[in-house]
Each structure stands twice: as C-alpha cells, then as structure tokens.
Ligand binder design. Structure first.
Ligand code: PAF
Length: 283
C-alpha cells in the first residue's frame, strides 16, 4: 500500500492505473477509521482493481464553533487499518495541498441541504461537495463509496453527480452498528461512559417510529413515539427527528416509495446522527 500526501503523487498513480485500464474505487474519509470505513474499503476492494482511500479532515465542512480542531486524527493507525482492509493508496493531503488559494469560487448545495443536518450546520454540505468534487477529479474513480449513516450527504452527492455529469457511480454501503445498535462513528470516542449507555436509545427510537409508521401511516404519531423513547431513556437533546421521502428529501406522501427516518441527537456534548431507510412500496 502506498501513502501519498500530494496531488502530483496521487495523479501519477491514478494515471498509471487508468493507462492499465484498471477500475478505481474511491473511499473518501476524514480518518480515525472504524468498522464502517473498513466495510466501505472492503466493498470497494471486492468491486475494483484499485482502492484509493482519502484521509482528510476537511475544514470547509466545519462551522466556526464545531469540532474541526479537536476532530480525532491518527494517520499511522489509519494506514495500518486501511492496508488490512485492502486499500492500495491512501491519499492524506494537508489543508494547504487541497486548498492552496481561495479564489472565492464556492459550490452551493441546493434544497436538499437546507433541512436535517443542513438546518443546524449551515454551509456544511457546501463544504462536503467542495471536497468531494475535488476528490472525484483527483482520483477519477469508477465507483465512489459512502456510508448510509450520512444518508443526507449521499443524497446530495448523488444529485451533484447527476446534475454535473460526473463520470462515476455512487455506491452506498449500509450502516455498521455496535452490538447494541449504536451506529459506528469516529465521534463515538467523545462519549462518556454514561453517554455510551444512553446512546443505543437512538436506534431503538428509530425502529419504534418505523414500525409505527408502517402500521398506521401516521408520521406525526411515529415521530412522537420515537421522541418519547429518546426523552424517557436519555438525557439527550433532539436536534431533529424527521420522516422524509428518499433520496429527494421531500415531505412524505402516499406516492412515496422509499422513506428516510433520520435523527440527530446530542448525547452529552456529542452530536450523534442515525437513520433508517425503508421501502413503502406495496404496503
Ligand atoms: O463523510 C465524511 O467523512 C466526509 O463528509 C467526507 C465525505 C469524507 C468529505 O469530507
């Protein structure tokens, strides 16, 4: 496995792979890898000749009062884990390498970015599509792999790929969970012992809402039941808990084929996100 830090080094390897007609799977990450990322890498490895994983904590997707500085970083650990999951190239650039100048040009994620995480993290998805579009140009992937845990992110990136004709296919990989249901996340390291005990209530609540909605088709009741489960079983604060159509992220109605039940909850100081995507077809 090669670890490269400059765009020039990466382009050399990508050009060689392209000349040899190899397929490239790209796994964009912000590092501090967990099983979720490694599942993305393993899936990419099973579907491509070469897997490139980017490890870059992207400053443009963090708000001024967010955790950019304290976001967990450990590149030596990440490279060992990446290699064990079959990654061929780790691309770990510096901020200066990725953003040498500020030419003032910004990308603007659209309507899908104004709700859910976008409502409480203004500009977040603009930063995500900025870095992801750069990574797509640099790695020239055949397939790019994203976790369903960031379902809104996936929906927005799919829109960008479609609207701007990026020549690649997005693959979404299911959420990887701890045994008690907590979705794996690099931010789980922030949880205190007390927080960690409360955190599985989030996934339980999503399942309660899903079953309730499937039986009654009453979105307000489903959300109320899930809210009650979180407020009764945790000291957390709900940022949002919403049922929407997926991937367009619009209000759910009788025609909706696929639903997204998504939540963000502050458990202690940690903001955790989780979701379920389920079919409503033929039900
Ligand atoms: O999902 C993430 O970890 C990040 O948003 C991504 C896609 C790597 C862009 O920085």
């Amino acid at each position: 496995m090669k670890v490269v830090t400059t765009i020039a080094q990466l382009k050399k390897l990508v050009n060689a792979a392209k000349q040899a007609n190899k397929t490239i799977g790209l796994v964009p990450t912000m590092g501090y890898l967990h099983d979720g990322h490694l599942t993305l890498a393993r899936t990419a490895k099973s579907e491509n000749d070469i897997v490139i994983m980017s490890v870059f904590v992207n400053p443009t997707q963090f708000g001024p009062n967010e955790d950019f500085e304290s976001y967990p970083r450990d590149l030596p650990r990440d490279t060992v884990l990446a290699e064990s999951a079959g990654v061929d190239i780790v691309f770990a650039p510096s901020v200066e390498e990725m953003y040498p100048t500020d030419g003032g040009i910004k990308l603007l994620a659209g309507r899908q970015a104004t709700i859910l995480c976008g409502a409480s993290r203004p500009g977040h998805f603009d930063g995500v599509i900025q870095v992801v579009s750069k990574l797509f140009h640099l790695a020239e992937p055949t397939y790019a792999y994203f976790g369903q845990k960031d379902a809104q992110q996936v929906a927005i990136i799919e829109t960008m790929v479609r609207d701007f004709n990026f020549p690649l296919v997005i693959k979404t990989v299911p959420i990887v969970r701890e045994e008690d249901g907590l979705a794996k996340s690099s931010r789980n390291v922030y949880l205190t012992e007390h927080d960690r005990k409360e955190a599985p209530a989030i996934y339980e609540a999503l399942n309660i809402a899903k079953e309730s909605y499937k039986q009654t088709k009453d979105a307000a009741q489903a959300i109320a039941q899930a809210t009650a489960h979180i407020t009764t079983n945790t000291s957390g604060r709900i940022d949002y808990l919403q049922l929407l159509s997926y991937p367009d992220l619009a209000e759910i109605n009788d025609q909706t084929e696929t639903a997204l039940l998504a939540t963000a909850v502050y458990i202690g100081k940690t903001r955790l996100i989780d979701n379920l995507i389920f079919s409503l077809k033929g039900e």
